[in-house]
Design a protein around this ligand. Sequence first.
Ligand SMILES: [Zn+2]
Length: 320
Amino acid sequence: MRRAAATFVLALLLAAPARPAAAAETPAGTSAGTAKVDPLPMQEVAPGVFVYAAPYALAGRGNAGAIANVGFVIGRDAAAVIDTGGSLKAGQRLLAALRQRTALPVRYVINTHVHPDHLLGNAAFAGEGATFVGHQALPEALAARADGYLKANAELVGPDFAGTRIVPPTLLVSTRLDLDLGGRVLHLEAWPTAHTNSDLTVRDEATDTWFLGDLLFVGHVPALDGRLSGWIAVLQRLSARPAARVVPGHGPAAVPWPAAAAAIDRYLTTLQAQVRAMVRDGAPIGEAGRAAGVESGKWALFDDFNARNATAAYHELEWE
Ligand SMILES: [Zn+2]
């Protein structure tokens, strides 16, 4: 850890001449403040595309809420960040990792959906002059949950949550939007309600790398907060499009596509079939949690999410 910190300070010193003069005046908590945090260990999954593959964990003390995959793409003129982690500190660690690799401005911070582990680090980039980008449904979804997210995560994460605040997107995507980083275009696409009602994907045209957010879970059990049937349908549409690699919201930094969709599709369709049968047979909702039990043991954090998924599915499917 000490060596990593020393290396980072050295990297900062070496990078100093290339950095804009204004950086010296950046207040603590943004660029200058990142010297105090350990940069997230990133993997370069394709040229200029960096991903932090988060551990399978719930937000808690010791991880600063950095439990979702986050990344950045570096173009000729600017960089874009894709998701920011679950606290200001998690975002600062991501920014520190970015600053190890480029002095270019962060032009865009893109959030793939409303969940706190993907966007509570936004404030770390507020001093970078970035435009915050999200699904058109994101501001409203976020406003409705802001207080609950901040309270719950402050309790879970503890002291590392200090300074965390909500920074909503101002550039909204209703269908598609292209963002130019200088000789490098990102294709953003907004999806109908699936994992959540604000799912957005980001495709780096240069390397054919596709950030799927939590539309794709690998290893970590899926968490349903949108519509089960919608999620299955969106996954089908995503799977019909090849990509050199995709980045899941939880799981390894990059996985092959569409092969990586098989496990989540099996989980979701199993859950759907079993809950649908329960509804048909008049089983009480209290029994819904038993659905998809055959998937237990195949997923990390299964017991933390499966019963909730099944209950949500029951509410959805009883109105079919
Ligand atoms: Zn999510």
